[in-house]
Design a protein around this ligand. Structure first.
Ligand SMILES: Cc1cc2nc3c(=O)[nH]c(=O)nc-3n(C[C@H](O)[C@H](O)[C@H](O)COP(=O)(O)OP(=O)(O)OC[C@H]3O[C@@H](n4cnc5c(N)ncnc54)[C@H](O)[C@@H]3O)c2cc1C
Length: 466
């Protein structure tokens, strides 16, 4: 277990101006920003090849008022975006951080595109729950793998040193809480003490630490963890030892649509375009359009923790833009039938109950009606054969609670004042989703990784060169 200890400056093997722990989206965005400002940066990463939860994601970053949106005639603004975040978080997210990330997300996406050549485009054939404009920006493959590969290449081109296979074990601070260095463990068993003038924690959340999940998010203690297993909560463990303010540790991003037993993410496009979920009894059980995050626990509450996503060929064509969906098709996860009765049989759910649910949904679509869960259906989303279904479960994707930060990513003490030279971004920092899974607006994960990463990189650089 890591503790924070005092150390003398002369105890260090090497010294660098800015040290960053974690080479995911947050760490790389912070490093690229600080490097651009002329600061030498070293990133410490436990894995041999940086990937993190970033590589497992769909790589979609929400941003408002971008030129990519304008080119498609999409009207949006940071104010509208901030209001959407706060509405989903039920007003529990820190408004200063919400406004900062909503304001800076557009410039972040354009910076990655213009300075580093990321070929972003707006996803314009379906919208995610809770967003009042089309604002998800993705790369051609719609994968986080492409996002992290491009970030890693940009870091190489910009001479950013990444110490891979190196685990940050213990930050060291002086009596005033100023970080003076970090102890690193290398795979050959050797240890190194790197001194620094500023530290950015970008080592994400605690999804990979079952004890912490059990303590803070008991609802997900038995769920599949779909994120990066190397994210073991080091930031909050160190933050606790430093007496930092921790916020919303019960918040998380879940997902109610992970194909079983294949473990492949099925895009929520299948729901947003007019599909729905039934349980093993062939019955619907919720308003699926509230969001995929809260739907994880909803699905896990069903018999055997299983549900079926049901949709049609038009919806499948939209979902196919995601490589994951194509992989699910190749793996045989998607069942297909020309009649809903045969589909029910293939799903092994009671035919009469399923057909009744299906007819009820399609009838509501015809009149643009609302069901008793509060979901409104749209007439242009009628389903036609062939029909599809995929068996899914609920999963934990990543944790959203963490170190409380200000709008520049500076970590706060319990009394609300900032640490002199400690910053956090991405999963290491408290997100903008409030205190529950239901507060997670799609994209909040990469939003606070990329944008807070950039803001923390800027603030640290400003401090180091002033
Ligand atoms: C399946 C899936 C789909 C998702 N889809 C989306 C999406 O489309 N849009 C979205 O906004 N969000 C999405 N998310 C969430 C998103 O992936 C995360 O919020 C985001 O990647 C977090 O970035 P990060 O840089 O903070 O963490 P990570 O990318 O996880 O990087 C943290 C890094 O720190 C390293 N590390 C940890 N501890 C140490 C240590 N002590 N020493 C050295 N290194 C350490 C880890 O090895 C890791 O490489 C998804 C998540 C999952 C799991």
């Amino acid at each position: 277990m890591s503790t924070i200890v005092a150390a003398k400056n002369e105890d260090f093997d090497t010294k660098v101006p800015l040290l960053i722990i974690g080479a995911g989206a947050a760490g790389f965005c912070a490093a690229l920003t600080a490097r651009e400002a002329g600061v030498d940066v070293v990133v410490v990463e436990r894995d041999a090849a940086p990937s993190g939860s970033t590589a497992l994601s769909a790589g979609l970053i929400p941003a408002a008022g971008t030129r990519f949106q304008r080119a498609k005639g999409i009207h949006d603004s940071p104010q509208l975006f901030a209001a959407d975040i706060e509405r989903k978080a039920k007003g529990e997210a820190d408004p200063a951080v919400v406004n900062a990330v909503a304001e800076e997300a557009g410039p972040l996406v354009e910076w990655l595109a213009d300075r580093h050549g990321f070929p972003f485009e707006v996803v314009d054939n379906f919208n995610y729950p809770g967003h009042s404009a089309l604002r998800m920006h993705g790369l051609p493959s719609r994968t986080g793998r492409e996002l992290i590969d491009r970030l890693r290449s940009a870091a190489e081109l910009n001479d950013i040193v990444v110490l891979t296979r190196s685990i940050a074990e213990r930050p060291m601070a002086d009596a005033e809480g100023r970080i003076i260095g970090v102890q690193i463990a290398h795979p050959d068993g050797t240890q190194e003490r790197i001194g620094c003038e500023a530290l950015i924690l970008a080592c994400s959340g605690f999804g990979g630490n079952p004890d912490l999940i059990h303590r803070h998010i008991p609802d997900m203690a038995n769920a599949i963890y779909f994120g990066h297993t190397g994210n073991r909560g080091d930031a909050i463990i160190w933050g606790g030892a430093l007496d930092a303010q921790l916020a919303h540790l019960g918040a998380y991003q879940g997902h109610g649509s992970v194909a079983m037993p294949h473990n492949i993410l099925i895009s929520w496009a299948v729901v947003m375009q007019g599909g729905f979920q039934v349980n093993r009894d062939g019955r619907r059980f919720s308003d699926e359009t509230r969001g995929y995050s809260e739907q994880a626990a909803e699905v896990l509450r069903q018999r055997e923790g299983i549900a079926w996503d049901v949709f049609d060929a038009r919806i499948a064509a939209i979902a196919r833009q995601f490589e994951d969906f194509q992989a699910a098709e190749r793996a045989g996860a998607i069942v297909t039938s020309d009649t809903i009765e045969n589909l029910a049989e293939a799903m092994r759910v009671p035919v009469a109950a399923f057909v009744a649910e299906w007819k009820g949904v399609e009838k509501l679509k015809l009149v643009g009606g609302q069901d008793h869960y509060g979901r409104t259906f749209l007439a242009d989303q009628l389903c036609r054969p062939p029909y599809h279904a995929v068996k899914v479960t609920g999963a934990l994707f990543h944790t959203q609670g963490g170190l409380a930060v200000d709008s520049t990513g500076r970590v706060k003490r319990k009394d609300g004042t900032g640490f002199p030279n400690l910053f956090a971004a991405g999963g290491a920092a408290a997100g903008v989703s409030g205190s529950t899974a239901a507060g997670y607006l799609s994209g909040n994960g990469l939003l606070t990784a990329t944008v807070l990463g950039r803001l923390a990189g800027k603030a640290a650089a400003r401090q180091l060169i002033s």
